[in-house]
Design a protein around this ligand. Structure first.
Ligand code: ADP
Ligand code: MG
Length: 209
């Protein structure tokens, strides 16, 4: 399945080509058409299957660069994962120099993050605890959010982030697209999906070996 079959901008297709992505991975082929339509999805696929580009291409597609407000939030379980996701998103936005992507995780100076937030960002990638801290201190404002992504949702639950996640949800608009990615697919994830997503499409690729 070729990326050109998707209703993407010429610039995005050019970026994808420049990254050397020839074909969509199975998770991308199964989820991207619905993500681009704005549907909620819950997707399960093994590590290394290209989940970041699946939600990254989606959130960049829905982004209004001229609007200097946070429009996408990606929550990740650890600083390392948030870093990787931010890097991949920057690669996907490499020809759109005016898109600002900010990483917010613990283990970094809160004050420096305050400074970066003062200059606005379009996309925030972060860990639940630090993102919540900024929301509580009103240094982060999410009333213009249109895409909320939970990456490695199963790990976030395993690490006990449920309370922080519930609290973050109180700060985001009800009208939004919610994308949930997980390497595993169990009852707990399905329950969360039912609570926080709206008629989510279930996408499952070959089970993990
Ligand atoms: P996951 O989150 O599913 O574990 P990643 O999103 O980190 O996987 O992707 C793994 C690697 O595959 C990354 O290096 C990414 O750049 C690359 N990749 C993503 N999509 C494609 C594609 N369509 N073709 C080739 N490589 C891809
Ligand atoms: Mg990943």
């Amino acid at each position: 399945m070729n990326f050109a079959t998707l209703p993407l901008s010429p610039q995005m297709l050019q970026t994808i080509e420049s990254l050397g992505y020839k074909e969509m991975t199975p998770i991308q082929a199964q989820s991207l058409p619905s993500i681009l339509e704005g549907r909620d999805i819950i997707a399960q696929a093994k590590t290394g299957s290209g989940k970041t580009a699946a939600f990254g291409i989606g959130l960049l597609h829905h982004l209004n660069v001229k609007k200097f407000r946070v429009q996408s939030l990606v929550l990740c379980p650890t600083r390392e994962l948030a870093d990787q996701v931010a890097k991949e998103l920057r690669r996907l936005a490499r020809f759109q120099h005016n898109i600002k992507i900010l990483m917010l995780s613990g283990g970094e100076s809160f004050g420096r993050q305050l400074g970066s937030l003062a200059h606005q960002a379009h996309i925030i990638v972060g860990t639940p605890g630090r993102v919540l801290k900024h929301l509580n201190k009103e240094s982060l404002e999410l009333s213009n959010l249109n895409t909320l992504v939970f990456d490695e949702a199963d790990r976030m639950l395993d690490m006990g982030f449920i309370e922080e996640i519930e609290s973050v949800l109180a700060f985001v608009p009800k009208e939004r697209q919610t994308l949930l990615f997980s390497a595993t697919y169990d009852d707990e994830i399905l329950q969360i999906s039912k609570r926080i997503q709206n008629n989510a499409l279930h996408v499952k690729t070959a089970a993990q070996e």
